[in-house]
Each structure stands twice: as C-alpha cells, then as structure tokens.
Design a protein around this ligand. Structure first.
Ligand code: NDP
Length: 282
C-alpha cells in the first residue's frame, strides 16, 4: 500500500482553508507568510513556487521577496529584522540553502521566535528536545501525520531513522521517541545498515542517495517513509532513497516520491503559519 502525502495534503489544506476563513472573519485579516528567496537556484525557485501555490489554496497571504545572490549578509539580516518588526507578517521563511558568503545560522537566529514557521530557530529546536511547546519543523511534522494516516500505532514499536540532519533525521527521531517508539538513528558511519534497518517496524529514510534501501533491508510488514528527493541518474526522474517497487512487496506501506513527504512538508508550513497568526491574537 502507498501512503499518499498528496491526497492527505489536499484534505488537510481544505480543512485549513475553512479555519483561515473563520480566522479572517474573526480578526479582519488572513495569516501572512513572508518568504525570502536569494538567488535563482531552480530547486529553491520550485519550492518557493510550491509554497506560494499552497498559500493560495489555504487562503494565506504570501509575499515572496526575491533578492540576487550578491546580497550581503548584512542586507539579508536587515531584511529579516524589517519583517520581524512588520506587524502584518506572521511567519518568515528564508529559503535554504543560502549563498556561501552568508552564514545560515546567523540568518535563522535573526528570525524572531514567534515568526519562525520553519521551526529551525535554535530556541525552537531546544524546546522540542525539552518537550516544551514549540514550532516543529515542517518535514518531521509531516512524517508524523503520514504515520497517523497509515494507522500506525507508534508506542512500543522499533523505529529506525536513517540520517541525522538537523532538519529531518534528528527532529523526527525525537518526535518518534516522544510518541514512545524505541528509536535508533543510523548514519553514514553505521556498520551493516541492513542489519539495523531490518529491525524497524517504522523505517524513516532521509539520506539523499537513490537505492540506499533495498527490499532485503526491510522487515516484512514495516511502514517505510522515504524522505529523499533525488534525480534518478538513469531516467532523470525524481526518486527517493528507497527502491520503492521492490520494497513495496515487503513493507505494509510506503510513501512514494514524488507525492509522499514533499506535499506534507508544505502543508505543515501552512499549519505553522496559521498557528503563528493565532498565537499572536491571544
Ligand atoms: P543531509 O545531507 O543533511 O543528511 C543526510 C544524512 O544521511 C546524514 O546524516 C548522513 O550521515 C546520512 N547518510 C549519507 N549517506 C548514508 C549512507 N550511505 N548510509 C546511511 N546514512 C547515510 O540531508 P537532509 O536530511 O537535509 O535530506 C535528506 C534527503 O531528504 C535529501 O534527499 C533531501 O533532498 C530530502 N529532503 C526532503 C524534504 C521533503 O520535504 N520531501 C525536506 C528535506 C529534505 P552523516 O551524518 O554521517 O554524514
């Protein structure tokens, strides 16, 4: 069985559109997301376009601010501070990666905590690890919704997360732990990856290389979440980190690429923006 992130995101966005309409009625304006795009990287341009389209569907105001990749770090920090001070802006997202001459950490830290809808601010990350209220990063949040959609009871299960990045691997491992899974994190230095992944009832793969997970590395009946977004070197098409067709024969369910985690990431960004707006009204 495939877990369609595309279908789930359509449903969730329809619910959010109703919520936004009610909020607009109550507070006189819609939530407002400001997205900063530096440069013309095709991947970043396509992500930013996807975010603008989703905003339109949900009824969120979206302002995309484009700057050339020659922008200085100071100019970018000034822009972020301007948006922090702008009362009409509820959420700020700086599309990553940034050009090498700009310190990404500095830029993320400059975003005010209340407007950090990506959940990357170090104080949001700290709050997640201390189990305090926080904005959870969009991809890990979307993965948890996909597991729920698959009807997966997480408590007591063995979860293996392959990848330990700040934006996917680590936060999703923490969310699975909080949901009472027994969690193992694997990475590029893990010995005999297959031996580790075969223990997983829930297998989350966020590596960035096609064919990382083959059918023989998956426990029969497991739920597999494929986060990877890669170009298949042979066909040029988008593919994940998992050999989907082969693994599908072994797993209970699996997310496809495209149409799995990707749409859920954007949908959770919408949710985080609406939440930020609502928190501001209290
Ligand atoms: P990073 O490059 O930051 O991290 C990759 C992780 O995979 C690292 O922890 C690395 O280990 C580990 N790794 C690399 N090779 C292997 C291997 N052979 N075996 C086991 N582990 C390995 O990537 P991200 O977490 O940012 O992204 C991962 C993938 O997910 C990418 O394809 C990205 O495009 C995609 N992605 C998709 C999103 C979506 O919305 N669909 C959102 C974000 C990312 P080590 O730490 O030892 O180097």
């Amino acid at each position: 069985m495939r877990i369609s992130g595309k279908d789930l995101s359509v449903r969730l966005k329809a619910e959010m559109a109703e919520r936004v309409a009610q909020l607009k009625e109550k507070y006189g304006r819609e939530p407002h997301l400001a997205v900063i795009l530096v440069g013309e990287d095709p991947g970043s341009v396509s992500y930013v376009t996807g975010k603008a389209k989703a905003s339109e569907v949900v009824g969120i105001r979206n302002t995309t601010i484009r700057r050339p990749d020659t922008i200085s770090e100071k100019e970018l920090l000034d822009l972020v501070r301007e948006l922090n001070a702008d009362e009409s802006v509820d959420g700020i997202l700086v599309q990553l990666p940034l050009p090498r001459h700009i310190d990404e950490n500095k830029v993320i830290e400059a975003i005010s905590l209340e407007k950090d809808v990506d959940g990357f601010h170090p104080l949001n990350v700290a709050a997640l690890w201390q189990k305090r209220p926080c904005t959870v990063a969009c991809t890990p949040k979307g993965i948890m919704k996909l597991l729920q959609e698959a009807g997966e009871e997480i408590a007591g299960k063995r979860a293996v997360v392959v990848g330990r990045s700040n934006i996917v691997g680590l936060p999703v491992a923490k969310l699975l732990l909080d949901a009472n899974a027994t969690v193992t994190i694997a990475h590029s230095r893990t010995k005999d990856l297959g031996e580790v992944t075969r223990q997983a009832d829930i297998l989350v793969v966020a590596v960035g290389h096609p064919h990382t997970i083959t059918a023989d590395m998956v426990k029969p009946g497991a739920v597999v979440i494929d986060v990877g977004v890669n170009r298949n070197p042979d066909t040029g098409k988008l593919c994940g980190d998992v050999d989907t067709e082969e693994v599908e024969a072994v797993a209970r369910c699996i997310t496809p690429v495209p149409g799995g985690v990707g749409p859920m990431t954007i949908t959770c960004l919408m949710e985080n923006t609406i939440d930020a707006f609502e928190r501001k009204q209290r």
